[in-house]
Design a protein around this ligand. Structure first.
Ligand code: XMP
Length: 518
């Protein structure tokens, strides 16, 4: 396994994912990890990641010096390379000019890191060239004594460095981003050839390990899980069912704000097909009556969240002999909350979908996805036999249609919106556009707009369609759906749904617009 030290770069998570894609387990830890903690984790190699600070500034973060004394291979990326150079006796030079974007590096010296890798050949020198992605201001000005310069560009004469015997490597560019064409091979060289880490991080192996761990933790006792139908809780349900069978009880709260047929699908998949014990609580009335008269988006979110806790707790209290509560916490949640605690996070986002339980229940947590990224969770879901469509579905916010009905939520609105949304999603699938978008949905606008039916003018509601493309949901581009597709969706919604006179398409990007309308 590989240890990745975090210096605050947004790319750190990506490095961990890339290493895992190679099939090797990796974990991210803060740069100030102690030697004892490193020894306990016992990595095969260490990656020093990038960071926003400048090595030339007083008090900027450093890797623990022991990183270079444990006899382990070390790869420094960007800031990680700079701090490595500085800590081992080289020099880093500050700069106000940022180099950002594509660059072509020339491989000057042979190194295990770039073995047999080339995108082009330099006709003048006969040396190999690589297309890479750069994003840095500072750069290494002098390598430490034992190092050689292994790659250069005209503007960055020390683009990579190595001390082969010690297995220390530094790269100024970012091998973890896909713009660096051979990035994955470079990481493979480091992780597999240089660190000789074992390739055992596969979905089947993860499932086997987790089943063992869950069994050891839970013994013959009972586990409760709030099943939402979303990817994470669904995968937890499938995994726990496989691990402990009947010792798992799921509670599925239907809040009346779900997508069309969602509740039935959850019951169909889990209760009927898999034989999981699922208690379905029909709480639509409770949610809608508490939401009555409320039109403030944040207040609506609070009501929905609190009502969920009340309903879930009431149901949980009826089940006897439960000792554990399972949750679909995934690795990004863990990293974010750790970063939030130490104040190292630049962006903090938290959506709490599952709330607290009554103090008296004193449940211990079972979180089998704590070490996994979303794409790994999905692969696990497929391996566990969950339907592909469920596992690769777009994300759905915890408050559901509650934040897609602008202003006050009413059953009449929710029913119309559910139908409109279902038509939109169905047509996206038919046109093969669903998986080209990251999130797509309909929004209910409680305004009356005119339409003519026969000879009569009718004033009816408006539906907005939203579809976005995004990698991280922090920024998003509106999806350029074909006009014909939008036309079909619009015609179907207006013709099939009485109560809707107009359909619009949202062409706002995030930022400044958010993905949801509330
Ligand atoms: P925004 O609207 O902030 O959405 O651009 C970014 C992502 O977060 C989801 N989202 C939520 N998820 N509870 C959730 O569980 C919420 O209150 C909530 N608000 C937004 C949104 O669907 C998108 O995927």
């Amino acid at each position: 396994k590989i240890l990745i030290l975090d210096f605050g770069s947004q790319y750190t998570q990506l490095i961990a994912r890339r290493v895992r894609e190679i099939g090797v387990y990796s974990e991210i830890r803060a740069f100030d990890i102690t030697e004892a903690e490193i020894r306990e984790y016992a990595p095969n190699g260490i990656i020093l990641a990038g960071g926003p600070e400048s090595v030339t500034e007083l008090g900027s973060p450093r890797a623990p010096q022991c990183v270079f004394e444990l006899g382990l291979p070390v790869l420094g990326i960007c800031y990680g390379m700079q701090t490595m150079a500085e800590q081992l006796g080289g020099a880093v030079e500050g700069s106000h000019v940022r180099e950002f974007g594509y660059a072509q590096i020339r491989l000057d010296e042979e190194t295990a890191l770039f073995k047999d890798i080339a995108d082009h050949v330099d006709h003048e020198t006969g040396k190999s060239l690589l297309d890479v992605w750069m994003s840095h201001g500072d750069k290494v000005a002098r390598v430490p004594d034992a190092f050689t310069v292994t790659a250069s560009t005209p503007s960055c004469p020390i683009a990579a460095m190595a001390w082969e015997e010690k297995r220390f490597f530094g790269v100024q560019f970012h091998p973890e981003v896909t713009h660096t064409l051979q990035g994955q091979r470079i990481l493979e060289h480091f992780v597999i050839d240089i660190c000789q880490a074992e390739c055992n991080w596969t979905p089947a192996q993860i499932i086997e390990d987790q089943i063992e761990r869950v069994r050891a933790q839970v013994g013959d006792r009972h586990v409760l899980l709030g099943l939402s139908g979303g990817v994470d809780s669904s995968v937890v349900a499938a995994l726990l069912h496989k691990a402990i069978g009947d010792q798992l009880t799921c509670v599925f709260v239907d809040n009346g704000l779900l997508r069309k047929a969602e509740g039935d699908q959850v019951m169909e998949t889990f209760a009927r097909h898999m034989g999981v014990r699922v208690i379905r609580v029909d709480a639509e009335d409770q949610f809608l009556s508490r939401l009555e008269g409320e039109s403030d988006p944040e207040a609506k979110r609070k009501i929905i969240g609190n009502t969920f806790i009340d309903v879930f707790d009431a149901e949980a209290a009826k089940i006897e002999g439960v000792d554990f509560l399972a949750q679909g916490t995934i690795y990004p949640d863990v990293i974010e909350s750790a970063a939030a605690k130490t104040g190292k996070a630049h962006v903090i986002k938290s959506h709490h979908n599952v709330g607290g339980l009554p103090e008296t229940m004193k449940l211990k947590l079972v979180e089998p996805l704590r070490e996994l990224f979303k794409d790994e969770v999905r692969k696990l879901g497929v391996e566990l036999g969950l339907p592909y469509d469920m596992v690769y579905r777009h994300p759905f916010p915890g408050p559901g249609l509650g934040v897609r009905i602008l202003g006050e939520v009413k059953k009449e609105y929710a029913d119309i919106l559910r139908e409109a949304d279902a038509i939109f999603i169905e047509e996206l699938h038919k046109a093969d556009w669903y998986h080209k978008t990251s999130q797509a949905f309909a929004v209910f606008l409680p305004v009356r707009s005119v339409g003519v039916v026969g000879d009569a003018r009718r004033y009816e509601w408006v539906i907005a369609l939203r579809a976005v493309e995004t990698i991280d949901f922090m920024t998003a581009r509106w999806a350029h759906l074909p006009y014909e597709l939008l036309e079909t969706v619009s015609n179907r919604i207006i013709n099939e749904l009485s109560g809707v006179s107009r359909v619009t398409y949202d062409v706002s990007s995030k930022p400044p617009a958010t993905i949801e309308w509330e």
